[in-house]
Write a protein that binds this ligand. Structure first.
Ligand code: A2P
Length: 280
């Protein structure tokens, strides 16, 4: 008689960690992904009806790829009236979220926490006439929201958005948003060239204007290029969004020009927020 052969031991199975739907997190569908450069992309997702935010605020975004997904703060780049939500991101090679997020495609699911928050809101500023929006890199994202909001033009006579990047390719998203804003049926008439000024400069390639925004402010190149004599704390208001060092330096300049930092609770003449999407 043949000896019965023992069935092989099953291979130990690694515990599978899958995302289980959570009633406190919205599961939204990706409607569009645009890759602007090797390291920059924007994407749009459906918006839950209950998701409220003020233009300039950020949301918490994640992917359903783990039991406990990693969430990161992303400025909403679309205006508060839009049916969808748009985000603009850098692709961080080892970033726990952007490493995966940069591979999303139309139809995929993105997780969204229900609350938006942030200081780059019109409510954080005292009434004024001219609004400066200073950005570098992906720091343009919250301003893509603010310049597309009609309320901005109700509150300010002129909006000057500045975008400084290393290379021309990195300015593409900003150019697209500004061109789209001018043609938009809701806000286009308000955002003509006299009321919405788009100033760009580059630091690592030739361009009409080269140099960091801080250096251009100090040298007077920036005010001259946009037809402004000087920053006047009585009527001028500012928002700043970029890397931490850019924030610190631009903030120092604003203070030197006589502006004072505000918040939602205590509106004043300028506000600051980090470009969260560059965080790993
Ligand atoms: P630079 O090329 O001289 O560093 P980054 O991708 O590093 O966030 O930079 C985006 C843009 O912001 C670049 O043009 C960069 O200029 C500029 N930048 C970096 N640090 C500062 C700063 N402290 N103040 C103003 N602009 C800055």
């Amino acid at each position: 008689m043949r000896k019965p052969v023992a069935a092989p031991e099953p291979e130990p199975v690694a515990p599978v960690s899958v995302y289980v739907s959570n009633p406190n997190v919205h599961e939204q569908t990706v409607t569009r992904v645009t890759h602007h450069t090797d390291s920059l992309f924007s994407f749009r997702i459906t918006r839950p009806q209950s998701f409220r935010f003020r233009s300039g605020e950020f949301a918490m975004i994640g992917l359903p790829n783990a039991e406990r997904p990693v969430f990161r703060a992303y400025s909403v780049a679309s205006p508060a009236w839009d049916d969808e939500l748009e985000f603009y991101s850098i692709k961080v090679p080892d970033g726990p979220l952007t490493e995966h997020l940069q591979k999303i495609a139309e139809g995929d699911t993105v997780l969204l926490r229900p609350k938006a928050t942030g200081t780059l809101t019109l409510d954080s500023l005292l009434p004024g006439k001219r609004l400066f929006l200073f950005s570098t890199g992906t720091g343009f994202a919250p301003f893509a929201s603010i310049i597309r909001d009609p309320e901005t033009y109700e509150k300010f006579e002129q909006v000057i958005v500045t975008h400084t990047c290393r290379t021309a390719a990195e300015l593409a998203y900003g150019h697209e948003v500004v061109a789209g804003t001018r043609e938009d049926p809701i806000v286009g008439e308000l955002a003509d060239e006299s009321r919405l000024v788009h100033f760009t400069s580059l630091t690592r390639e030739p361009h009409a204007v080269t140099g960091r925004i801080t250096d251009l402010m100090e040298a007077g190149t920036f005010p001259k290029a946009v037809g402004v004599e000087a920053i006047d704390p009585e009527h001028d208001r500012a928002m700043i969004c970029g890397s931490s060092r850019m924030l610190a330096d631009t903030k120092d300049l604003c203070i030197r020009f006589g502006l004072e930092e505000g918040s939602n609770a205590r509106p004043n003449t300028f506000v600051v927020e980090r470009a969260f999407v560059d965080a790993k």
